[in-house]
Design a protein around this ligand. Structure first.
Ligand code: ADP
Length: 497
């Protein structure tokens, strides 16, 4: 249970499923921009609001500064005076600014002494602040302290009437950012609600899209499962993407190939049963007819028993050939490769087959262009050569001939068997390598063929990565040419017929 959960978690994290990937991509594509946008908008709003507030307050302060000069607040003109009325007006103006912006305004003279403090607590005191000193040097500063929630700024006052433009005093102002923060909070809440809505919509979209987009793949899987379960065996058809269409067509081709294989297997089993039953039927007929004649003469018994023995031999031959083929199918890779003198092998095979040739009065000649040494499997090579030479003798005419040639180039050796025999009709040429195929069934049976010899031959040739070709003219003769590489190239399994 825990292992299963762990495996599931691992599968989710490894993102092997296309559906999960689509879900995640849509989710990220929807949510990340909305989060970035929310932060961007809020940051921008705050920055702009602070800047706006600073410039508004500074304008106001400049106006007040001008009023201060024009009302001789700093007693610059010895003959002038500052009436208590105008001083009150200016103080009221300063109070108004500090109330309006919830802040504090201090006027500091060049001796760093506080002339006016709207809080009324620092008047007469000396203030040593970096910003104020900087401002006296003509450098206006402003500073936004988000943590403590205020904006601090300095503004200088110059005497416009004098030519020197000397800075007479500095106004150090700090205002609250409370209203900005309040607006920001409202905006933030609205943006959060909007973002939550976007997330809900995006999650829904991600679920729908991931399900819809992977649906054609699921349909393909369902269709394949139906074929697998045996509900249907025709080719599947699923409308979807180009990719799923490729999958479906590849699967249909595989299905077609499997059906062909299945048919050929079925056909093979039918052929095997038929071939094995034929000698049995003959034996049964022979035995029954003997039994039917209660007192048959001994010669008849002998004759019938000889026939029965030859049918048993035939059955044996079929089973031996079949076993040879099955072994090849099973052990396609297992060749016992040795370096072999091919000329010697041909001589040996011809020696074995000469009695058969003599019986049929067929002349066998061997022409060797050179001595050939090749890396081959001796048993399989003997099968190839003896099958071809035996066929050339078997399917020959009286007083016919068989020519065996051996030649080689730097890559391959060529083994060619020509005969003056019956030849093979053109429409049969494509089938002679099939199992149990015989051009003339009755004639071949008479001769003792099983129809498996060429199938075994072709299989053995392919196992050596070689090729076999045939040229034949009916009534004139046949030539089989086998080309085998001199050096064995091991790779994937041999093809079977
Ligand atoms: P079989 O055991 O019947 O000889 P093979 O697979 O060796 O089976 O051959 C298949 C068929 O090809 C044979 O039945 C025969 O009709 C034809 N055939 C093979 N070799 C020759 C040949 N050299 N000349 C004429 N026909 C041939």
């Amino acid at each position: 249970m825990v292992a299963k959960l762990f495996a599931e978690l691992k599968a989710i994290l490894s993102l092997r499923s296309l559906q999960k990937r689509i879900f995640l991509v849509v989710l990220l594509a929807g949510i990340v921009p909305s989060v970035i946008m929310r932060y961007g908008i809020l940051e921008n709003y705050e920055e702009r609001s602070v800047q706006q507030r600073i410039s508004t307050v500074q304008n106001q302060l400049m106006i007040v500064g001008n009023h201060l000069i024009s009302n001789n607040y700093f007693n610059l003109k010895p003959q002038g005076y500052t009436s208590s009325v105008s001083r009150d007006v200016i103080n009221a103006e300063l109070e108004m600014i500090s109330n309006l912006y919830e802040g504090r305004v201090m006027i500091i003279d060049s001796g760093l002494k506080v002339l006016k403090d709207t809080y009324g607590i620092s008047e007469g005191k000396t203030i040593i602040s970096e910003e104020v000193i900087k401002c006296f040097r003509g450098q206006v500063t402003n500073n936004y302290d988000r943590e403590h929630g205020y904006i601090e700024m300095t503004t200088f006052i110059t005497d416009a009437s004098s030519n020197t433009g000397e800075i007479i005093a500095v106004m150090l102002t700090s205002i609250s950012n409370e209203s900005i923060a309040a607006n920001l909070e409202v905006l933030g809440q609205k943006a959060l609600i909007l973002e939550c809505l976007i997330i809900v919509v995006v999650v829904a979209m991600a679920i729908v899209l991931s399900v819809v987009m992977t649906r054609p793949f699921n349909r393909v899987t369902e269709a394949i499962n139906e074929v697998k379960a045996g509900y249907r065996d025709e080719s599947i058809s699923v409308q979807g993407y180009a990719e799923t269409n490729h999958l479906v067509s590849a699967f249909n081709q595989l299905l077609k190939r499997m059906r062909v294989l299945d048919n050929s297997r079925q056909e093979f089993v039918e052929n095997v049963s038929h071939e094995l039953k034929t000698p049995m039927a003959a034996i049964k007929v022979l035995a029954d007819s003997l039994l039917a004649q209660g007192d048959a003469p001994a010669e008849l018994y002998r004759e019938f028993l000889e026939d029965i023995a030859s049918e048993i031999d035939r059955e044996n031959q079929i089973i031996t050939d079949l076993l040879a083929l099955v072994k090849m199918d099973k052990k396609a890779q297992e060749l016992n490769i040795v370096s072999l003198n091919v000329n010697d092998l041909v001589e040996l095979i011809l020696k074995r087959l000469r009695p058969l040739a003599r019986k049929k009065d067929v002349e066998v000649v061997f022409e060797s262009m050179r001595t050939v040494t090749a890396e081959v499997d001796e048993v399989k090579m003997s099968l190839i050569m003896s099958n071809l030479v035996e066929n050339a003798i078997k399917y020959n005419k009286e007083h016919g001939w068989v020519k065996v040639e051996l030649d080689a180039d730097h890559q391959y050796f060529t083994f060619r068997v020509s005969d003056s025999g019956l030849g093979i009709p053109e429409d049969s040429l494509a089938h002679i390598y099939e199992r149990f195929y015989r051009v003339d069934k009755s004639h071949s049976r008479e001769i003792g063929g099983t129809g498996l010899g060429l199938a075994i031959t072709k299989n053995s040739v392919l196992m050596h990565r070689g090729s076999i070709t045939v040229a034949s003219v009916e009534g004139e003769g046949t030539t089989f040419t086998v080309k085998i590489p001199l050096t064995y190239m091991a790779s994937n399994g041999a093809q079977t017929m």
